[in-house]
Design a protein around this ligand. Structure first.
Ligand code: MN
Length: 263
């Protein structure tokens, strides 16, 4: 049996040995873990910076504009907010000034756009008050919550999880993140989406049923929030389908446009 003293001594010998080959104790403490293979982190560029924002979780709120809630068949006046998630690597970065190819996904014949403001958190917590919620926001981006509407509806009708209607590869196109420190917060800005030059969605952010602060507060009751979490804050009415060849152009006051082409 190896005593604690012997194992400590063995550890010191190992540290001394590593020092002789030029690996300091500090450096080895920060070495990457010995993983079987590498899983790439999901990163979103930060505007006007060489730094990137690492994504921990993607949360989305459902039916957060009254007219959209009605078009989805619910009564916006009586329903508490509900949330779902997309996998972190559903992010598809869309650089400003470019029209980025976005492959039409498998399994759907009714592929819908939803333009949304996205809040990116720099810190988190549990049971965050509405008053303190915006203190946790690092910045904002313009995003798309792409949706296989036929699967979402069919599975919902069957009382099955509609996850694959919302959570799939590249289902979360997003532009760069703009820090609150440079941009301030959003309040009544206009958000809009056009397909092939025809406006389909247009609203002001103050039409949200639950504000970003309220969303953060509510979400933090269900899950502890952390730096790296991002929240898609809901879409206005007039969601609709796209087909191959369509070009989607999203606009939000004070941010650059976001555009994808369905391929
Ligand atoms: Mn949405």
């Amino acid at each position: 049996m190896i005593s604690r003293r012997d194992s400590l001594k063995a550890g010191l010998v190992a540290i001394a040995a590593s020092a002789t080959v030029g690996v300091s104790r500090e450096a080895s403490a920060h070495d990457a873990p010995n993983t079987l293979f590498t899983v790439e982190p999901t990163l979103i560029p930060i505007a006007n910076s060489t730094q990137q924002f690492p994504v921990r979780r993607i949360y989305c709120i459902g039916r957060n504009y009254a007219a959209h809630a009605r078009e989805m068949g619910s009564d916006p006046t009586r329903e508490p907010p509900f949330f779902f998630q997309k996998p972190t690597d559903a992010i598809q970065y869309v650089a400003p000034g470019k029209v980025v190819d976005h492959p039409y996904p498998s399994l759907t014949k009714n592929y819908h756009y939803e333009v949304e403001l996205v809040a990116a958190l720099k810190s988190g917590g549990k049971d965050i008050s509405i008053e303190r919620a915006l203190d946790h926001v690092y910045g904002y981006a313009l995003g798309l919550d792409m949706t296989r509407r036929d699967l979402q509806r069919m599975l919902g009708d069957q009382k099955k999880p509609w996850e694959i209607g919302k959570s799939f590869d590249r289902s979360a196109p997003i532009g760069p993140i703009y820090p609150v420190s440079a941009l301030g917060s959003f309040s009544k800005e206009t958000i809009s989406l056009a397909v092939n030059g025809v406006i389909k969605q247009r609203a002001t952010l103050d039409q949200m049923i639950w504000s970003v602060a309220e969303q953060i507060s509510k979400l933090s009751e269900a899950n502890e929030l952390f730096a790296g979490d991002i929240i898609y804050s809901g879409t206005p009415e007039n969601v609709g389908p796209v087909v191959k060849g369509d070009v989607i152009l999203c606009k939000l006051d004070r941010l650059p446009d976001l555009s994808i082409k369905i391929t």
